[in-house]
Every structure is written in structure tokens, then in C-alpha cells.
Design a protein around this ligand. Structure first.
Ligand code: MN
Length: 736
């Protein structure tokens, strides 16, 4: 329990800071309603009451300091409110729902975003992934204010880092250098970036920091005197030329000197821009006029003149840079820019991000015009790894950034599923994947992953990929691996079927297959232009060659008729094929265009139903296989294009048709769910053949086999079931 005296001291400290915040907000946003800021302050005070920081200060100081940094960025009241509340969900009993109720959707959304990013533990993550982690942070952000609050939060934490234990200092400082300072840089926020870097450097490498610090301090006095002298000369010349401009100078920041020394392997004396002067003009023309004046005064260093006005940097930084050498041989850099460019350089995105009152569309327009600029500039960037290419992804996401449980970042295309994730880990993990946990909760395999998700794949040895996965996966890696597996195993199956067909024929004609040796088989395979006996068996299995004619060649002495005229054999072979493939006659429901009386069957792989777009393939020995237009086999399989044949559903409605169709429903495992689903189905007078349900972790997966008349019927049922509360997804499985 805090004493009265302590409570009083706390109040004085925080009230002073709060007054400063309100004073600044009134100055920068005189027309805004600041009532919500006071409410957020009181709310934060109430919920952080009694909490202290490592420094011993009341916790409330932290959100207040964060809000003060945000007010320096001239952020809007919504951002200030969210800044005051940014730790309340993480560190107090407050929930997002509470915040939404008290402060509205916008504030809640931002606080939620900040909380999500804060929850990521970057330090335990694999090294060398800083770039991906930075992208992930931005990919998780759909409101740029989330990043700005996170940066303000980090800045205050870095300013007060001395109070933490050394390991925590190291971890937070490294993270600042790896993640947050680069983000500030890419957003063009020079001031915050500089401070974050110097503070980070100080804790990560205290000795290196001290060395540069001392080298700079040793030159500081002489440097400051030198800069004061040249400032006077410049001011006089500007006045002579009638140019109004602000002139200021600085000694380069410690971390950027350190980087330069490291990169160029030079000493502090050789850093051209250790001393730098900045001239902020009122117009663009003046920038170039000032450049002329400077070059008249001092000799420019060749190759050091840069025109970032004509060619802005990707982070929108604009300025003229030149390095010149004074009479006494001291090099220094001069940066020349307009007032507007200067604001952009210092505040970056915050300078562009002035939230106006008014309709959302105006705000969106502003956002889009800013983005258009970024995208345009980004096209001119020669380095493809430039960070800005990802800013586009963030706001129009094309990728998701997810974690393995061990902290490796896995980058996947947008809308990727746990199956994509599994295949990106390892092909075998993909093949044997049976389920997944995202952030500790079971999800269906078609669950769409979000940035920041921690994904754990559940595998089961011996489990096999399913063709249905092809319609679920987004990554080409997963797609290719699944296709490859299917092709391989389809071939195995075809070989097996081929053997069975041959054996069957052999029994029929009383040929002993034992008498046939591999040499004979090899010879016949060669006759067919094939490499190996297995190719021949696969060919029979696929229906390319008839078992009877192969047998006739294998055993010419048998009484098998030596004929390749498959049409004669269609009946016999087809009966075998039907048994093996389980295909059923649909002669009446499907019509081959321009042909009558052909053996037609619905391909087992996709089980097309009336109303679906279908395509036929003439097989040898099996008749016409009818596939759904969308069946992957249509593109993939070994069929030759000339075997394609147009088929259509018979118009004759008097032919009753119904097809077994299997649906899989992912839903919450709650009481009455199954009853509700079956009620929806029986309401549409549909026969249910079979129902299987699996449950676990509050989720259920229900497979239902229905008698379906046509596509429309099926679509009605799927949309009806999807409307049931608690149903996440309904999918048709191709195999029944
Ligand atoms: Mn914080």
C-alpha cells in the first residue's frame, strides 16, 4: 500500500505530464475534441493503479510518455488515446471488449494491433531473420498508427532501459536495432530512428559505443567552433543573395558514425559528414541557389553531390547533399532542403499522416495517394530487397508471416493454410499432415493463416495426401509436392490394376502367367515403345492398351484371340474395369455429342454431377470417362488431347438421377449441431446415406454422404448448412 505522501508525489508527476500533453494537443489540434484523452488518462490511471516500472516510477508515467512522443508526432486524438491505453490489455485486467465499449472501435482496433505485436517474442526467434520479422510487424498492421505507437513505446522503453537487468537490456536493445530502428528509418522518421539506434548501440556494444563516443567527444569542441564559424559565413552569403533560410549544424550521430566506420573501414577523421550543416529553405528554387552559393564558397568533394530532390529516396526523403572542404582542409557535409522536405525527413510518415475530420473516404483517399507515391517510387528502386516493396504487401497483403513453434519465420502466400505451412517445413510433414494448431488452438486444415500465427502441424505416420488438398493450398511448393505424390501413387495403382487385368484375362483363357518371364514382358513393352514392363502394366491399368491384346502377345499359343480391335472387347474389359474402378453406367444421363451408344462413366476422381461442366475422354477399353471440367486430372493426366470428346448432360429430365456426394462440414462441437445440420438437409428433401463425425478441442468435422440430383441442389444445401451458426466451412469431397 502506497503511503499518502507517495500517492501525492505520484499524482504531481503524472498530472504534470498529463497537463503538458493537453497543452500540446490544444496547440497542435485546436479544433479537435480532447475529451476522450482525459477519459483515457483517467481510465489508464485507474487500471494501472499501484503498478510501478522498474525505475520505481508509477506505471502511468509510461503511457503518458508514449502519448507525449505521439503528440510530438502531431498525431490525432485517437492515436493519443490508444497510446494511453496501449498496455492496458496486456498488463491489466482490461479486455479489448472493455476498450471497445468505452472508447469505440477505432481505438480498440489500434490497441489490439499494438498488443498483438507486443506479444511476439522476437528474441527467441532464429537469427538472420530480421528482415522477415520487420515485414511481419508491418504485415500485422492495418493501421499505420499501430506502428507509430509501437515506435513511441519502444523509444520510451529505450530511454529508461538502465533500470532493467542486463539480459533484458541486451535483448530489448538488439531487438530495437534489428526491428524498430529500421522500421522508423523506412518510414522516414529520422529523429526517432537516430535516438533508437544510439540507445540500442549503447546497450548492445557498450565498448564500441564508448570508443566512438570518445572519438566524437574529443572532436566536439573543435567541431562545434568550426561549425559556428562556417554558419556565420553561410548566413552572410544567404542574406547577400536575399534568401531566407534556417541554418543549423550538427555532429553526426554515434551509431551512424559506427556503421560508416565499419562499412568503409576508415577512421573518424575520414568521415566526410561527421560535421554537417543543414539549410532549410522556403522554396525549391532556393535549394539549388543555395547549392550554388556553397560551391562558390568551398570546393566540393567530387562524387559527393547528391540530388535526392530530383530522385527521392524510397522512404520519400528529399534533400540536396554535398560535401565541401574548408580553407583549413576540414571536410563537412551540407544538406539543403525545403521546410516541407525537412518535416518529411524528421517525422516521415507522420508528416503525411494527418488525420482529418470528415468522411472515411477522404481519409482513404489520402492513404491511397500516399501509397501510390510509395509504389511509384518503389518501382524506381534498383535494389529489390528494399524494404518499401513490403510496405505495399502490408497494406495490400500478398503474403503472411507465420512462425514455427521454435520461432522460425515461414513466409507463405496470402490465404495459405496449415497444409501449405506443413509442406514448407518438410515434404514428409506435408504428406502426413492430419491437423494443425494455430496459436495453441485446433483449426481445420483449410484454415487461413494470418501474420504472427504460431503454427504447429500434427502428423500421423502413414497418412497420405488427398487430391482435395489441391483446391485448398496456395503455395506452389505444396501444390507441386501433392501433385507429384498423386502422380506417383496413381501410377503405382495403375500398375497394380494392369496386373490384375492381365491375370484376369489369363485365367479366362487358361494361360499360366508363371510361364511368362520378365524377358518376354520386356520385349512386349519394347514393342509398344515402352521402357519397362511396369510401363506396360501401367498402360493397361490406365486403359491405354487392352489386357487381352497384351496377353495375346505374351502367350501366342493360348486361345486368346489375337486382335487389337478393342471395340469388340469393350463389354468384357469394361466389366472388369467397372469392378476395379467401381465405375457405374451413366449412359442415359450423359450424352456424347454426335455419338450414340458409347460406354460412358463418371470418373471416380471427381464424380461429376448433373449440372456441372463436364468433359469426356475416350479411354481404350473403358469407354468414355467423364470428368468435371475442374478436375485436376483433366489437365494433369496422361490422356492425349485428341482423346478429348465433348459430352453433355442429357436434356431428358424424365431420367431420374441422383449421385452420392460427400460433404465435409467443419463446425463448433456444440450440442444440437448435428441435428441442425440434418434438419437443413432433410428440409430440402434430400436423402442422407451416411454421416460420420469426428470431434476434438471443441471443433467437429462431419462427413455426410447425400443423394444429390444436380449441381443446383448441391449448392442450395451447401449454402443452407453454411448459414448455421457455428459452421465454419462446408466443402464437397470429390471422392465418395
Ligand atoms: Mn508499453
Amino acid at each position: 500500500m502506497a503511503t499518502l505522501r507517495e500517492q501525492f508525489a505520484t499524482n504531481v508527476l503524472t498530472v504534470t505530464k498529463f497537463r503538458e500533453l493537453m497543452r500540446r494537443m490544444r496547440a497542435t489540434r485546436p479544433n479537435d475534441d480532447l475529451g476522450l484523452i482525459r477519459k483515457a488518462y483517467e481510465y489508464s490511471q485507474k487500471h494501472h493503479a499501484g503498478q510501478t516500472r522498474a525505475s520505481g516510477e508509477p506505471y502511468l508515467v509510461h503511457p503518458l510518455e508514449v502519448a507525449l512522443v505521439l503528440s510530438e508526432m502531431k498525431m490525432d486524438p485517437v492515436a493519443i488515446v490508444a497510446g494511453l491505453l496501449h498496455d492496458s490489455v496486456e498488463d491489466t485486467s482490461v479486455t479489448i471488449v472493455d476498450i471497445r465499449k468505452e472508447f469505440g472501435e477505432e481505438v480498440a482496433h489500434i490497441v489490439e494491433g499494438v498488443t498483438k505485436i507486443s506479444a511476439i517474442d522476437f528474441a527467441s526467434r532464429e537469427e538472420q531473420q530480421a528482415e522477415n520479422l520487420r515485414k511481419m510487424v508491418l504485415a500485422m498492421v492495418d493501421d499505420i498508427r499501430v506502428v507509430l505507437i509501437k515506435l513511441a513505446d519502444r523509444l520510451h522503453n529505450m530511454r529508461t532501459l538502465e533500470h532493467l537487468p542486463i539480459e533484458r537490456q541486451q535483448k530489448i536493445a538488439q531487438e530495437t536495432l534489428d526491428i524498430y530502428a529500421p522500421i522508423a528509418h523506412r518510414l522516414g522518421m529520422g529523429k526517432i530512428r537516430g535516438e533508437l539506434e544510439d540507445l540500442g548501440f549503447k546497450y548492445v556494444d557498450p565498448i564500441g559505443y564508448e570508443q566512438v563516443h570518445q572519438a566524437v567527444e574529443a572532436r566536439r569542441k573543435a567541431g562545434e567552433e568550426f561549425l559556428a564559424r562556417v554558419e556565420i559565413i553561410v548566413r552572410d552569403k544567404l542574406q547577400e543573395a536575399g534568401i531566407t533560410a534556417k541554418v543549423e549544424s550538427r555532429i553526426k550521430r554515434i551509431y551512424s558514425i559506427h556503421k560508416k566506420l565499419q562499412r568503409q573501414r576508415i577512421s573518424v577523421e575520414q568521415v566526410y559528414d561527421l560535421y554537417a550543416m543543414r539549410i532549410v529553405t522556403q522554396s525549391l528554387q532556393d535549394c539549388y541557389a543555395v547549392l550554388g552559393i556553397i560551391h562558390n564558397l568551398w570546393r566540393p568533394v567530387p562524387g559527393r553531390i547528391k540530388d535526392f530532390i530530383a530522385m527521392p529516396r524510397p522512404n520519400l526523403y528529399q534533400s540536396l547533399h554535398t560535401s565541401v572542404i574548408s580553407e583549413e582542409g576540414q571536410a563537412f557535409e551540407v544538406q539543403i532542403r525545403t521546410d516541407e522536405m525537412h518535416k518529411m525527413a524528421e517525422e516521415g510518415i507522420a508528416a503525411h499522416w494527418k488525420y482529418k475530420d470528415g468522411p472515411v473516404s477522404a481519409r482513404d483517399e489520402q492513404r491511397l495517394s500516399w501509397l501510390r507515391q510509395v509504389v511509384e517510387w518503389q518501382r524506381d528502386v534498383s535494389d529489390p530487397t528494399e524494404f518499401l516493396s513490403t510496405l505495399k504487401i502490408d497494406l495490400f497483403p500478398e503474403e503472411v508471416y507465420t512462425f514455427t513453434p521454435k520461432g522460425k519465420v515461414v513466409v507463405l502466400p496470402r490465404d495459405s493454410t496449415p497444409i501449405d505451412f506443413a509442406y514448407s517445413v518438410h515434404t514428409e510433414v506435408g504428406h502426413t499432415c492430419v491437423g494443425a494448431k494455430v496459436n495453441g488452438r485446433m483449426v481445420p486444415l483449410r484454415f487461413k493463416l494470418h501474420s504472427g500465427d504460431i503454427v504447429e502441424i500434427l502428423t500421423q505416420p502413414g497418412h497420405k495426401p488427398s487430391r482435395d488438398w489441391l483446391s485448398v493450398v496456395r503455395s506452389s511448393r505444396a501444390r507441386n509436392k501433392i501433385k507429384h505424390w498423386l502422380n506417383l501413387h496413381q501410377r503405382e495403382r495403375a500398375i497394380e490394376i494392369g496386373r490384375k487385368l492381365i491375370e484376369k484375362e489369363a485365367r479366362k483363357y487358361r494361360v499360366t502367367l508363371k510361364a511368362i518371364n520378365d524377358e518376354d514382358l520386356q520385349k512386349i513393352a519394347s514393342d509398344y515403345g515402352l521402357g519397362r514392363p511396369d510401363d506396360l502394366m501401367a498402360g493397361i491399368g490406365y486403359g491405354k492398351y487392352s489386357a487381352r491384346s497384351v496377353l495375346a502377345r505374351l502367350a501366342p499359343s493360348s486361345n486368346a484371340p489375337i486382335s487389337d480391335a478393342d471395340a469388340e472387347n469393350v463389354g468384357g474389359i469394361a466389366s472388369v474395369v467397372r469392378r476395379v474402378f467401381g465405375g457405374d453406367h451413366d449412359n442415359h444421363a450423359i450424352r456424347v455429342k454426335g455419338q450414340g451408344d458409347l460406354l460412358v462413366y463418371r470418373a471416380r476422381c471427381c464424380n461429376p454431377i448433373r449440372g456441372e461442366e463436364v468433359v469426356g475422354y475416350v479411354t481404350r477399353g473403358k469407354g468414355v470417362a467423364v470428368h468435371a471440367q475442374t478436375c485436376p486430372n483433366v489437365v494433369n493426366l496422361m490422356y492425349e488431347p485428341e482423346r478429348r470428346i465433348d459430352v453433355e448432360w442429357a436434356r431428358d429430365d424424365s431420367i431420374p438421377s441422383s449421385y452420392p456426394v460427400k460433404l465435409t462440414v467443419s463446425c463448433d462441437d456444440r450440442f444440437g449441431m448435428l441435428k441442425q445440420i440434418t434438419a437443413v438437409i432433410s428440409d430440402s428433401k434430400t436423402n442422407i446415406r451416411n454421416v460420420e463425425a469426428r470431434t476434438g478441442s471443441g471443433q467437429a468435422s462431419i462427413d455426410i454422404v447425400l443423394d444429390i440430383a444436380d449441381l443446383k441442389h448441391l449448392e442450395n444445401i451447401i449454402s443452407g448448412v453454411r448459414k448455421i451458426p457455428g459452421v465454419h466451412d462446408v466443402q464437397r469431397l470429390q471422392k465418395v
